[in-house]
Design a protein around this ligand. Structure first.
Ligand code: WTA
Length: 646
């Protein structure tokens, strides 16, 4: 039996949603989605109010997802202009730099002016409604400014995480045919510089990137970086003399807001496309309800804008709600491991949202670095990105939250746009390790491999039986891939790619990915991407990559590598291959283990049996199952003997 942490009466007394509210509203939201989401849609300011709320078909032959389709709005106006009258002088963004002495506040009025000026800048550069703009930036306010400026003129942004390599950046630029890239001279993380502009230069030498006309460079460190004329322009120079008046362009609710690339089980990363109306309704509404948001909260989500959490819960959700959001450009252990808690005290953070991997890493440092800070301002804690192990949950609760703050363990995905399964702190008792219950309007279901819907306490694959406004609309440029990835395995449902257990109380426990995606420190990495990076090395004949348990990262990357004939595995070559993958994809894809494999276990039709490799990587060689169907069962013996985790 798992432990239960009942709703705190002190919290419930003031909470936005009580137990009764949750049950009543949830029931209504799934019985009458049109009525429910129609009402929730009114939280936005529309240039033209929608009369059609939901128009969705999950039929693979006619797949379409439309919400509020005849409505018109502007996302940046909803995040900025709408607040000016009542919150003009309220802080919108608190920027906290890598250097603890660097921070700055931007009010809604200041942010509005900056966004208008940058929107005018983009217009002057010929960026028009529907054009794509790549954003490859540190966690500085200019990243949010660039996103909102795109939204203001109906351009579509594609934020690429600043930790990705030039090749990864190039692939994303090419796929989205971006016209402009917004970047910085350099980033700084943990005191180390990251050559962002140099990476852009390298990316733009790759084939397929000649759609880019202009590179806009924000001065972050001030280091001299090569500027190519006329392509490269400094942000501060372009902004000089721009008007702070830029009327927002009204767009249809289904006009694309952004593309965000995410790893899948096969092939290149997919461009997940989100649109304007439904996405913003969902990001704003979930943010307000899940974090029990109040006017005077100071909200801090530690995610980078390069990930979906940074989109929905650093920028769009909080700003749509007129909240104060912290943008942190540093890391949890610089200058020391008290950093998170010092920042909490410095800015009087009330709501704090981070990833289990950070909790586990800090847990290892003991309680002292936490206890040094007061943390008295905190009132609610959140977790996202991967399953949180009960031990880490308890530590987060006891040590960080002083047993005072409820924890919301929020399950969702890049594809879902916002939080899907989560406790509401005033309404749902917590069980450490469980994301608990569905959010309003969300209908999770558990299916077996054959697609049969399982009832009651059970385990299987997690699907969502109906649409919600924040759902992705397509894979950019490849609608067929969208249909095939999410809607064909379990007809009539959206397939999440996650496994799940539902307990006797109807609580959901995410068990991890059931496809070939690895979740490393809360970041999704496709095994196929790492394999293709490895085989692009001249000495590698073949590679197979699986996930393995990792104490801090949740999952680590375990690679099996077959070298070309005549090559010998050595420690140097191992280092070289690991460095190669980092260079090809980025440091987040660094293999944790790399085992030489004279042969890989394959079926007679040549398919690699990953199940076997996974078991070997998990150090469970006695659980390989049936290996008699392998073309050459003898390869397994060597792999087991030489395994790297014992
Ligand atoms: C995993 C991040 C368990 C899951 C928002 C999902 C989680 C993938 C949780 C999406 C959670 C995310 N508990 N697992 N609270 N949150 N996941 O697209 O496997 O980067 O499918 O979105 O992370 O990762 P993504």
């Amino acid at each position: 039996m798992s432990k239960v942490y009942p709703v705190k009466p002190e919290f419930a007394a003031k909470a936005r949603i009580s137990k009764e509210d949750y049950e009543r509203l949830y029931e209504e939201s799934v019985r009458d989605p049109e009525g429910f989401w129609g009402r929730i849609g009114e939280r936005l300011e529309w240039h033209r109010k929608p009369s059609k709320i939901k128009n969705v078909s999950y039929d693979p032959k006619n797949l379409h997802i439309r919400w509020y389709e005849d409505g018109e709005l502007n996302v940046s106006a909803n995040c900025l202009d709408r607040h000016l009258a009542s919150r003009g002088d309220k802080t919108a963004i608190i920027f906290e730099g890598d250097d603890p002495n660097e921070s700055r506040h931007l009010t809604y009025r200041e942010l509005h002016a900056e966004v208008c000026k940058f929107a005018n800048t983009l217009k002057n550069l010929g960026v028009a409604k529907g054009d794509r703009v790549a954003i490859y930036m540190p966690m500085i306010p200019e990243a949010a400014v660039a996103m909102l400026a795109c939204a203001r003129i109906g351009a579509v942004h594609s934020v690429v995480f600043g930790g990705f390599s030039p090749d990864s950046l190039a692939g994303r630029i090419a796929d989205s045919t971006a016209k402009v890239v917004v970047t910085a001279d350099e980033g700084v993380r943990g005191g180390k510089k990251i050559p962002l502009k140099a990476n852009v230069d390298a990316a733009l030498e790759r084939p397929g990137t000649n759609s880019v006309e202009t590179v806009i460079v924000v001065r972050r460190t001030g280091s001299a970086v090569p500027m190519q004329s006329p392509r490269d322009r400094y942000y501060h120079v372009l902004m000089e003399g721009q008007s702070a008046d830029c009327p927002p362009t009204p767009v249809e609710a289904e006009h694309p807001l952004f593309i965000l690339y995410t790893s899948g089980s096969t092939g290149k990363p997919k461009g997940v496309l989100h649109t304007s109306g439904g996405y913003l309704v969902f990001a704003g509404f979930t943010h307000e309800m899940v974090f029990d948001l109040r006017e005077d909260d100071v909200y801090w989500c530690t995610a980078d804008v390069g990930w979906v959490t940074g989109h929905s819960y650093v920028v769009y959700g909080p700003l749509a709600n007129g909240a104060t959001t912290v943008m942190f450009d540093g890391v949890p252990n610089y200058p020391d491991t008290s950093r998170f808690w010092n920042v909490v005290d410095k800015h009087k953070v009330t709501l704090f949202y981070t990833a289990p991997t950070a909790i586990r890493a800090l847990m290892r440092e003991g309680e002292a670095p936490v206890k040094k800070a007061s943390r008295a301002s905190l009132r609610l804690l959140g977790s996202v990105g991967e399953p949180i192990n009960p031990e880490a949950w308890e530590w987060y609760y006891r040590v960080v939250g002083d047993e005072r703050c409820p924890i919301v363990d929020t399950w969702w995905q890049t594809e879902t746009g916002g939080i899907m399964i989560t406790p509401l702190a005033g309404a749902i008792d917590a069980k450490p390790g469980s994301a608990t219950k569905p959010f309003f309007g969300i209908r999770p279901a558990v299916v077996d491999a054959g697609g049969a819907v399982l009832e009651g306490a059970t385990e299987g694959n997690l699907v969502i039986a109906d649409s919600w406004p924040g759902q992705m609309r397509t894979v950019y440029g490849d609608h067929q891939r969208f249909v095939e990835t999410y809607f064909t395995a379990y007809p009539g449902n959206y397939f999440t790619g996650d496994g799940v257990r539902r307990d006797e109380d109807g609580y959901y426990w995410i068990t991890g990915r059931v496809d070939d995606v690895i979740n490393v420190s809360g970041h999704r990495i496709g095994t196929a991407e790492v394999e293709s990076a490895l085989v692009s090395h001249p000495k590698v004949a073949e590679a197979a990559v699986v996930g393995c348990p990792h104490e801090i990262k949740g999952q680590g990357i375990y690679a099996y590598v077959t070298l070309i004939a005549g090559e010998q595995g050595s420690d140097e070559l191992r280092k070289e291959l690991v460095a190669w993958v980092r260079k090809e994809i980025g440091p987040i894809a660094t293999p944790d283990y790399l085992q030489w494999a004279p042969g890989l276990p394959k079926t007679r039709s040549g398919k690699i049996m990953r199940r076997i490799l996974r078991k070997i990587g998990e150090n469970q060689p006695d659980q390989l199952g049936d290996i008699s169907t392998l073309a050459d069962p003898s390869v397994v013996k060597n792999l087991v003997e030489e395994r790297l985790i014992k």
